[in-house]
Design a protein. Structure first.
Length: 274
């Protein structure tokens, strides 16, 4: 089967203005094959940078930051930053260049986005590529998708600055339990039983803390294990499905495509493409 090729998006001179922000450029693309290192540089605008695949080192004037899938960075204007690749495959990233009346921060900000948010972003990108006419960047459809993605990143950054694990002790406990399991548990009810609490009561505590629920946390962990297994390229899809808590590989494939917008094999091919 021929590998599915990435369809890059480069939309410039957008002039999408709203609530103190003006988006000038939106890009979804891989670094070039030759870009093992991006020379440190500055912009007069602010920038959102989200890594969806690949690994490397993001450099700033204050030091170096390892980046990988889910690494999300905000650079205010005049921030010196560069990149050093640490994998054979060039990284895949989502970029917003924008101007803002009031900077979100005076220094670069960094956050790791959870799998649930990443899968939502990838679904939106997949939908945009396959259903919209990218030659008409100012169309209402494209503008709505771009603003939706920008809002997700903006809100994630603000939430990351306002919250920490001490505010969400029960949610953090469930995530720790899931991360310690060699194989993802089958259902929220089984997870609640393992923790020793009633399903409804535990869901209520998590919802009051973080607005999430056991199903969402379980889905996050399933995606983490799925991505890790697919990137390793050493396990059959049936084993990856089993480790992620699915007994039926076909159901796992349908679930993964619904979450990510691609089948496991398509995603794996894209992750290993040069």
């Amino acid at each position: 089967m021929q590998k599915q090729k990435l369809q890059p998006i480069f939309l410039e001179n957008l002039s999408l203005s709203f609530a103190g922000f003006k988006i000038g450029r939106f890009a979804y693309h891989k670094h070039s094959d030759q870009s093992d290192k991006v020379t440190p540089h500055k912009h007069t605008h602010s920038q959102f940078l989200l890594y969806l695949r690949g690994r490397g080192i993001q450099t700033t004037g204050s030091g170096k930051q390892p980046v990988m899938r889910g690494s999300f960075l905000y650079f205010p204007p005049q921030t010196l930053h560069g990149f050093i690749k640490s994998m054979e495959s060039p990284p895949l990233s989502l970029v917003f260049d924008f101007k803002e009346k009031k900077p979100l921060g005076q220094k670069p900000l960094f956050k790791n986005l959870p799998p649930a948010i990443l899968s939502g972003i990838e679904r939106t990108l997949h939908r945009t590529i396959h259903s919209a006419d990218l030659d008409h960047a100012q169309s209402p459809r494209i503008a709505a998708e771009i603003l939706s993605l920008f809002a997700v990143l903006h809100d994630s950054l603000r939430q990351g600055n306002e919250s920490n694990s001490r505010i969400h002790p029960v949610t953090s406990k469930v995530r720790r339990v899931l991360s310690d399991l060699p194989k993802t548990i089958g259902s929220p009810r089984e997870l609640a039983r393992l923790i020793g609490e009633d399903l409804s009561s535990l869901n209520r505590k998590i919802r009051n803390e973080s607005g999430l629920n056991l199903g969402t946390l379980l889905g996050e962990r399933r995606l983490e294990l799925s991505y890790a297994g697919l990137q390793a390229k050493q396990l059959p899809i049936s084993q990856i499905a089993w480790d992620a808590g699915f007994q039926d590989p076909n159901y796992f494939t349908r679930w993964f495509k619904k979450k990510v917008g691609q089948t496991p094999k398509q995603w794996q091919a894209g992750a290993s493409a040069p």
